[in-house]
Design a protein around this ligand. Structure first.
Ligand code: G3I
Length: 318
């Protein structure tokens, strides 16, 4: 294993990456890097609705199985991303005409089959993803329209029933500062917990850019507030966008952001994992989004360490 994984293992901390199932079994260098640098992996796409239930009632686990079995071979934990989201839905669902009752059984069957299909093999599920809008209201997704607000509670209850050992997370973006969305998410989880809904953790996606350095201390306070609800904290999709033509100074800023965020997480005893959204810059989603260049992760295009890689090791060894 690499210095990064050795430092994470020694610190008893989960330091991971998103894994693109398309590359598993196709790119041996990618697979080797994923296995030696990280001790937890998140399925970047393989557990999304369109891939696990490509046809109504027909489940396909081959893409997810590739990632999960690779992780098991490498002694890594797995974050399953994500059961219920408003995006990456198969067209039979997003373009279909279903009654509320039909959507209800589609919802139940999906969670039961996907979570049940990997029972005992998943460290944490992102049970629901991006359910709060930026204005703090619940997103009016197909799920909320058909099942009402209680779809969120139901998702957690069904996931718990299907795999009592998996930690169940609500995963969200843009709540790394105490904004309307963060406050609404806090209130939502507080009310779910008060009703006894089995929610174990909150995932902060942490897709940030260079400007975030001045916001890290606020992020720490936000994490502490959510931790006080009795939640495990996971930083679930971190990347630090430094633009498409970064200089050395930008990579040093990036390194400070990663290590300050890690420092904040390590100061909170229920913050257990930091996952970056890609094994190296070449495989960042920020590149395939519009064909632009991006350099947001810990390893460069040739899988060599960037300043952030070494700063994270130094912080883990403190
Ligand atoms: O794998 C298929 C390939 O078989 C097919 O030939 C090709 C053309 O249709 O599509 C490929 O799937 C693409 C997939 O990425 C794998 O590359 C999908 O079209 C594309 O939509 C998908 O984009 C993903 C995006 O979520 C939407 O699901 C990105 O990789 C992924 O990084 C991004 O991740 C999201 C998180 O799930 C939630 N938080 C935000 C984050 C960034 O958007």
């Amino acid at each position: 294993n690499s210095p990064l994984r050795l430092a994470a293992d020694k610190a008893g901390f989960l330091l991971g990456t998103a894994v693109e199932d398309d590359l598993v079994g196709r790119d041996t260098q990618y697979e080797e890097v994923v296995g030696r640098e990280y001790n937890i992996v998140t399925t970047e796409n393989a557990f999304k609705f369109r891939w696990t239930e490509p046809e109504k009632g027909k489940f396909s686990f081959k893409r997810a199985e590739k990632v999960v079995s690779l992780a098991e071979k490498n002694g890594q934990k797995v974050r399953g991303h994500t059961l219920i989201w408003h995006l990456s839905l198969p067209s039979w669902l997003s373009e279909g005409n279903f009654t509320k009752e039909e959507i209800s059984s589609i919802f139940n069957d999906h969670i039961d089959n996907v979570v049940g299909g990997f029972k005992g093999r998943i460290y944490a599920w992102d049970v629901v993803n991006e359910v709060v809008d930026d204005d703090g209201k619940l997103r009016n997704s197909i799920w909320r329209k058909n099942l009402g607000d209680e779809y969120i509670a139901r998702a957690f209850e069904r996931a718990r029933a299907a795999d009592p050992d998996a930690k169940l997370f609500l995963n969200e973006n843009s709540i790394e500062t105490w904004n309307d969305k963060a406050k609404a998410t806090y209130d939502l989880i507080k009310s779910l917990k008060a009703k006894g809904v089995p929610i174990d953790g909150i995932g902060f996606q942490t897709h940030v850019d260079k400007s975030f350095e001045s916001k890290v201390s606020e992020f720490k306070e936000v994490m502490q507030r959510f931790a006080s609800l009795g939640l495990e904290i996971n930083i679930t999709e971190m990347d630090v966008d430094v633009g498409d033509n970064p200089k050395e100074a930008d990579f040093l800023t990036q390194a400070r952001i990663y290590s300050k965020v890690l420092d904040s997480c390590l100061s909170i005893n229920t913050c257990k994992a930091l996952v970056v959204w890609g094994a190296n810059d070449k495989n960042s989603w920020l590149r395939d989004d519009s064909g632009r260049k991006a350099y947001p992760l810990l390893l460069n295009d040739d899988y060599n360490p960037k300043p952030a890689y070494n700063d994270i090791i130094r912080r883990l060894q403190k």
